[in-house]
Design a protein. Structure first.
Length: 202
């Protein structure tokens, strides 16, 4: 089963849809179609010319103090909203990712590999573009476990090939822009950050 994001265009589209637009527990899904927001109720199976919203930063009960839902529950909720992909980005580790892939296969949802790296001073989301990216995510995660006081630029030094990096913080983005190409560095949309604000950051 494929669990990588392939290509910049798909990720750009997902980011334009916006992770801050709808939480998983909300009452309706929000989808993007030709620059127009289209709302539909859960259970509506019509997908004509609609590209679905996808969550790119999700925590399950494998992330202590940050997630409480079980992986199958998250996948069921995503499927009920017509989502075809879901990224699992546990805190500082790929905890339970093999199980997530197995649960996703059963739910007929394509899993995306990632991690939410959190240090004492910073935070980013890493998503794997390919196998090299997955391996580099593992390396970056090990560096956080070795020393969580390092700067994010130092943690990601020489381990960003095949990795998409998302952050909502201007200072973090500025520190990474010299080493990560524009094709792989993105402003993360999350609750509390408006789309206009994210566009200004970009």
């Amino acid at each position: 089963m494929q669990y990588f994001l392939r290509g910049r265009q798909s990720l750009l589209l997902l980011l334009l849809v916006g992770a801050s637009k709808i939480p998983l527990e909300a009452g309706e899904g929000i989808f993007f179609q030709r620059n127009i927001w289209a709302k539909r109720q859960p259970g509506n199976k019509s997908r004509t010319n609609i590209i679905m919203f996808v969550h790119l930063n999700v925590h399950s009960n494998f992330s202590a103090m940050r997630g409480v839902a079980l992986q199958p529950q998250l996948l069921d909720c995503a499927r009920n909203y017509g989502m075809q992909y879901l990224a699992m980005t546990e805190t500082n580790g790929l905890w339970g990712f093999i199980r997530f892939v197995q649960h996703a296969r059963a739910a007929k949802i394509k899993p995306l590999a990632g991690v939410n790296l959190i240090t004492k001073y910073d935070e980013v989301v890493l998503l794997a573009e390919n196998q090299t990216g997955y391996e580099n995510i593992c390396r970056a995660t090990s560096r956080v476990h070795d020393d969580d006081t390092q700067s994010m630029a130092k943690i990601l030094d020489a381990v960003t090939s095949g990795v998409f990096v998302l952050s909502p913080k201007a200072a973090t983005l500025r520190s990474l822009i010299q080493t990560i190409p524009n094709s792989h560095l993105f402003v993360e949309l999350r609750p509390g950050i408006e789309e206009a604000q994210a566009r200004n950051l970009s």
